[in-house]
Design a protein around this ligand. Structure first.
Ligand SMILES: Cc1cc2nc3c(=O)[nH]c(=O)nc-3n(C[C@H](O)[C@H](O)[C@H](O)COP(=O)(O)OP(=O)(O)OC[C@H]3O[C@@H](n4cnc5c(N)ncnc54)[C@H](O)[C@@H]3O)c2cc1C
Length: 363
C-alpha cells in the first residue's frame, strides 16, 4: 500500500528516548492517515497485538522478543485556517499526528501565532499530545485543543471528535493506556494577534518579568521555556545522557486534602518543621498536588542517584527523570523506578505513579 513501509528488523531501543525495549514482530512506518487506519484495521481484524508509536518519548518497553507489531504514525501535513464561525479573531492549525510536536510549536511561533509556546521543547509527536494531555509551564493541551480526528478501532470509523470526547485530565485521557482509538490529526486554537497564553507558571513569569496571568510575545516565551527546559535536561540532546529518559518519570501525586497534615508531619519527623512548612502543595482537582521531584529528593534520592557508574540513574539535572546512560536494560530502569517509588512511600507515605506507558512490563 502507498505510504506504508514494512521494516523487518527493528528494535524499540532505537525507537524510544529511554533507549530500551526489544524486537517487535515487525515495524510498519505509515506516512499517511489512510496507511495508519489500514494497518491498524488489518492487524486488529487478524487479532495481532499492536503498539501505536509516535516519537517513543513516553514509553517503557520490555527487552527481548515482543509479540506485537509496531505501527509508527508518520503523517505530518500542516495547514492553517481562519476559524470563522468558531469565533472572531481565532486561527486554527491542523497537523498530522506524526509531525514532531516541537516542529509544530516552532512553526506557529515563527508565523507569529500565540497558544503553543509554553509547550516548546516537549519531545514526541503531535498525535500523542492529547493522549496524556501533555503539559508544561502552566499550559496543557486541553486549554488549546480544538478537535481530534481519530480512528475508532472498535467501530472501524475515522471521525472528528470534540475535546469532550477525550476525557482530558492531569496527564491522562481516555486514550492513555488504552487501545480504543488512534489519533490521525489534531487541530489547535491559536491567537492570531501574537499574544501568548496567559503566563501562569511562577518560574517562567519571573524569568520573563511579567505578572502571573499576563500575556506576552510567544517567541520570547518559546526561547525562555527552551532555556529553562535545557537547564533541566528536558530537551532531547543526543550528546547529553541526562536527556535519555522518558521525561518526568512520575506524575505529581494528588492527595486528599485531609491527608496533607499527615504528609507534612512525616516530612517534619524526617527533615524538621521548616522543610515541612516549605513543602510545595497546590490546590488541584481531587485534593492537593505535591511535587514528585521534591519528595524524591527529600526521600534521599539526589541527582545522579545511585552512582556515576550505574547504567540507569536519576538525571544529574533533575531528580524526576530516570535516565539510561547508554547500556541500561529495561530491568535496570524498572529496578530504579521501584526503588524510588518505594523509598518515597516509606519516607512520607505518598504513593508515586509512573507517567509513561508500559509495554510488556510493569513497575
Ligand atoms: C526529555 C523529555 C521531556 C518531556 N517533557 C514533557 C513535558 O514537559 N510534558 C509532558 O506532558 N510530557 C513530557 N514528556 C513525555 C513525552 O514527550 C510526551 O508524553 C509525548 O507526548 C509523547 O509523545 P510520543 O509521540 O513520543 O509518544 P510515544 O512515546 O510514541 O507513545 C506514548 C503513548 O501514546 C500512544 N500514542 C502515540 N501516538 C499515538 C497516536 N497517534 N494515537 C493514539 N495513541 C498514540 C502510544 O501508543 C503510547 O501509549 C517528555 C519526555 C522526554 C523524553
Amino acid at each position: 500500500m502507498a505510504g506504508l513501509r514494512v521494516v523487518p528488523d527493528s528494535s524499540l531501543a532505537d525507537l524510544t528516548t529511554l533507549r530500551i525495549g526489544g524486537r517487535p514482530r515487525a515495524l510498519l512506518e505509515c506516512e499517511s492517515a489512510e496507511a495508519v487506519t489500514a494497518a491498524v484495521g488489518a492487524l486488529d481484524a487478524a487479532g495481532v497485538p499492536v503498539l501505536v508509536l509516535g516519537g517513543g518519548s513516553n514509553l517503557v518497553v520490555a527487552d527481548g522478543d515482543l509479540d506485537l507489531v509496531v505501527v509508527a504514525v508518520r503523517n505530518s501535513e500542516v495547514g492553517y485556517r481562519d476559524a470563522g464561525t468558531d469565533g472572531p479573531g481565532e486561527m486554527v492549525v491542523r497537523a498530522g499526528a506524526g509531525l514532531p510536536w516541537d516542529d509544530l510549536v516552532a512553526d506557529t511561533v515563527d508565523r507569529g501565532y500565540g497558544g503553543l509556546e509554553c509547550l516548546s521543547g516537549i519531545p514526541g509527536s503531535v498525535g500523542a499530545t492529547p493522549v496524556q494531555n501533555v503539559g508544561a509551564y502552566g499550559v496543557d493541551v486541553a486549554q488549546v485543543l480544538h478537535r481530534v480526528r481519530w480512528y475508532d478501532r472498535a467501530t472501524d470509523t475515522d471521525e472528528w471528535v470534540e475535546p469532550d470526547a477525550l476525557g482530558l485530565a492531569y496527564r491522562t485521557s481516555v486514550l492513555k493506556n488504552s487501545s480504543a482509538a488512534v489519533v490521525l490529526e489534531v487541530e489547535f486554537r491559536l491567537d492570531p494577534d501574537g499574544r501568548s497564553e496567559p503566563i501562569r507558571y511562577a518560574e517562567l513569569a519571573g524569568r520573563l518579568g511579567v505578572g502571573p496571568g499576563e500575556r506576552t510575545d510567544p517567541a520570547l516565551v518559546r526561547r525562555t521555556v527552551l532555556e529553562l527546559r535545557r537547564g533541566k535536561g528536558m530537551v532531547l540532546d543526543r550528546d547529553d545522557a541526562d536527556t535519555w529518559s522518558a521525561g518526568s518519570f512520575f506524575t505529581n501525586p494528588v492527595v486528599p486534602e485531609d491527608r496533607l497534615p499527615v504528609v507534612r508531619s512525616r516530612v517534619s519527623d524526617r527533615l524538621g518543621a521548616e522543610q515541612a512548612e516549605q513543602m510545595p502543595a497546590f490546590a488541584a482537582a481531587g485534593g492537593v498536588k505535591l511535587s514528585a521531584g521534591w519528595l524524591i529528593e527529600r526521600a534521599g534520592f539526589g541527582k545522579g542517584h545511585p552512582s556515576s557508574s550505574s547504567p540507569a540513574r536519576l538525571s544529574t539535572k533533575h531528580t524526576l527523570a530516570l535516565t539510561n546512560r547508554g547500556s541500561a536494560t529495561a530491568e535496570d530502569v524498572i529496578a530504579l523506578a521501584r526503588e524510588v517509588r518505594d523509598g518515597v512511600a516509606e519516607a512520607f507515605g505518598v504513593e508515586l505513579h509512573p507517567e509513561p506507558v508500559w509495554v510488556g512490563c510493569s513497575i
